[in-house]
Ligand binder design. Structure first.
Ligand SMILES: [Zn+2]
Length: 413
């Protein structure tokens, strides 16, 4: 019988990390490469070093914690997630997956088990993309989907580059980002939706993801004075943006239940009380289970933009800077997770992930799979985000059982 995850210890570690960058409402705010993110990384590293894990870090700030195996020539079994959060972060998104991985290794240590294949626990840099776009930046660079120099030059809203933030936070590692020598990649994550709770599933087997398309929009009008300029002479970029935001929402509403569309970020220039705004930048995305439908959603968005631009005499530039998915995760690994859940008398449900995850970047490189644990009421990116101690422990147990089967415990080949 495999050893049992220590649910209390795992929970305590999640609560300890949550106290770094605490928000008044009980959530966490640790945007990538801020002092708070660095502090969480330091605490995580301290825990890993107490287990004797070998630490390597790459130039985009991804952390790799290596546990040697009996057979050093065998590729590692890898797992993890991310410690960074959105500004209104909860305590579980990403953190649960990293610390579940830590819980797996602690449990193996307690039981005195050395696996045949090495194990590697990962904290990916800037999964959320709240401070620097694009999201899943660390895994994207490691996967070769985004050149390192392009990522390093990206800036936050204050003009601080990723390179500068890496240097300031002491998180620039010496490794060149590259795919690692792994036989499998597994990620435990909270569901971030209401389906598992509603259907009573203990473990979500993520069989694939939606296809998402991300856009940065720049709306350019004419600067003028709010008093003297007659309404019909204005080229107001903010008013145009308001129409764009509603168009994005309409496209999302039309695409339900399999699609979503969101406008989530805005910058308005000069953002001065006496000025008709003349430059407004928006961030938006469209996503759908079907890639064709997501492309069709983009086409509707572009039609809406040309219509708004024409009617209002503004220019709208579209920068379609990133996409992800649709990913189909490894079916053998999915079956393994399903079997391990059944072995623990846990119910499963196959799921499609609507959010982006680092696993999306790993899937083309290495057999990859994700498992979800339920999110209470489906609340996420919110201080009220919650999964119970038992829910997380169940998922971590399935992760441990799967890792043990993949890594093996025999004495050499
Ligand atoms: Zn996440």
């Amino acid at each position: 019988m495999n050893p049992t995850i220590n649910a209390d210890r795992l929970w305590q570690s999640i609560m300890d990390i949550a106290e770094i960058g605490p928000t008044p409402e009980g959530g966490s705010r640790r945007l990538a490469l801020t002092a708070e993110d660095a502090a969480a990384r330091t605490l995580f590293l301290r825990w890993c070093q107490a287990l004797g894990l070998h630490h390597q870090q790459d130039a985009i700030g991804n952390m790799f914690l290596h546990r040697t195996g009996i057979d050093m020539a065998t590729p590692a079994v890898a797992f993890g997630s991310h410690l960074d959060t959105v500004p209104t972060g909860g305590r579980f998104d990403g953190v649960a997956g990293v610390l579940a991985g830590l819980g797996v290794i602690r449990t193996l240590d307690d039981a005195g088990i050395r696996t045949r294949a090495p194990l590697e626990l990962v904290n990916w840099m800037n999964e959320e993309g709240s401070r620097f776009r694009p999201a899943m930046m660390g895994s994207r660079v490691a996967a070769g989907e985004l050149p390192l120099d392009v990522a390093l030059a990206m800036t936050d809203d204050d003009g601080v580059s990723v390179a500068q933030a890496l240097a300031d936070s002491g998180q620039a590692g010496s490794l060149t980002p590259a795919p690692r020598d792994w036989s499998a990649w597994l990620e435990l994550h909270i569901e971030q939706g209401p389906v598992m709770e509603a259907t009573g599933a203990d473990i979500g087997i993520v069989v694939g993801t939606m296809h998402a398309r991300y856009f940065q929009l720049a709306i350019t009008g004419e600067p003028s004075h709010v008093g003297p300029t007659e309404m019909n002479r204005r080229h107001d970029s903010l008013a145009a943006a308001a129409e764009v935001i509603l168009a994005v929402e309409r496209i999302g509403l039309t695409a339900e239940p399999f699609g979503r569309a969101s406008a989530s970020w805005i910058e308005n220039i000069p953002n001065a009380r006496g000025n008709v705004p003349h430059i407004t930048r928006l961030h938006c995305d469209v996503r759908h289970n079907s890639a064709d439908e997501a492309v069709a959603m983009e086409a509707s968005l572009r039609r809406a933009l040309s219509d708004i631009a024409r009617r209002r005499g503004v220019r709208i530039d579209v920068d379609p800077y990133a996409t992800f998915g649709p990913i189909v995760f490894d079916t053998k690994l999915g079956a393994l997770l399903r079997g391990k859940a059944a072995g623990r008398q846990l119910s499963t449900r196959d799921m499609i992930a609507a959010a982006g995850h680092d696993s999306v970047l790993m899937a083309p490189l290495v057999p990859s799979a994700m498992l979800f644990v339920p999110s209470v009421a489906g609340i996420t990116h919110n201080p009220k985000e919650y999964s119970t101690k038992e829910q997380i422990a169940r998922g971590t147990q399935v992760l441990l059982d799967a890792v043990l089967e993949l890594a093996g415990t025999g004495a050499g080949p």
